[in-house]
Design a protein around this ligand. Sequence first.
Ligand SMILES: Nc1ncnc2c1ncn2[C@@H]1O[C@H](COP(=O)(O)OP(=O)(O)OP(=O)(O)O)[C@@H](O)[C@H]1O
Ligand SMILES: [Mg+2]
Length: 250
Amino acid sequence: MGTIARLDDVTLAFGDRIILKNCSLEIVEGAVTCIVGLSGAGKSTILRLLDGLLIPQEGHVYVRDRDICHLSEGQANELRRKISLAFQFAALLDSLTVGENVELPLREIPHLSAAEVRRMALDALESVGLAHTFDNLPSELSGGMLKRAGFARAVVTSPELVLYDEPTTGLDPIVTHLITETIVKLRDRLNGTAVVISHDLQSIFMMADYVAMLFEGAIIAYDTAANIRSSRNPIVQQFLQGSEVGPIPI
Ligand SMILES: Nc1ncnc2c1ncn2[C@@H]1O[C@H](COP(=O)(O)OP(=O)(O)OP(=O)(O)O)[C@@H](O)[C@H]1O
Ligand SMILES: [Mg+2]
């Protein structure tokens, strides 16, 4: 399988705080890659790099063999149409209905009829059990429902690469399962690539083809989900077991 995106020897600092140091990671096309690591390790920062929202001080970020650190504005916009970033599912617009919000990314695609746009938005909402909220305003939804609607909006265009930042945090187990299944479905039906940040180990091992662990600025373990689960790396083991005892400083 090919690589759709990669971080190559990236160093990124905010001021004099180095967050990523010589960090490399390959994202396999058509697979679900989960990034795990301690809070504040720099996981969301990696997603921002992949989306071109941050530029590293050193190293390169490639999407489809193109160095995305030096794109014109037009090229960057074209890239964003292929990549969908679901940052903790950004807020919906209050003045539009849920359905209209989910339809928004489709409006940029030429030659789609109004009926097709509506059907695709309904399908996306259906996948998270929210088709019935199509005509509601966001203010009428619960926090978890808003998150699911944000998920629907992120996947409605079936992007080649979707970056999910904690898609299930704070959701009940049933909705967590729905969203996890939808990520897997997008991979299986459309060969969609996903990079998912999650702290939910059960959900991770349900969907992940590959798991990467970020620790002290670099990816210290990367392997198939099964191999990570049985990894002998003491840092990985301590993290998966949630143990206070081990090499990870508390
Ligand atoms: N724009 C910014 N300016 C300054 N510091 C930042 C900025 N964005 C992130 N940081 C810092 O970089 C570090 C990594 O942040 P990041 O959000 O990538 O962590 P994370 O692994 O996603 O954590 P969490 O699991 O809590 O979401 C944190 O210490 C954070 O405070
Ligand atoms: Mg984060």
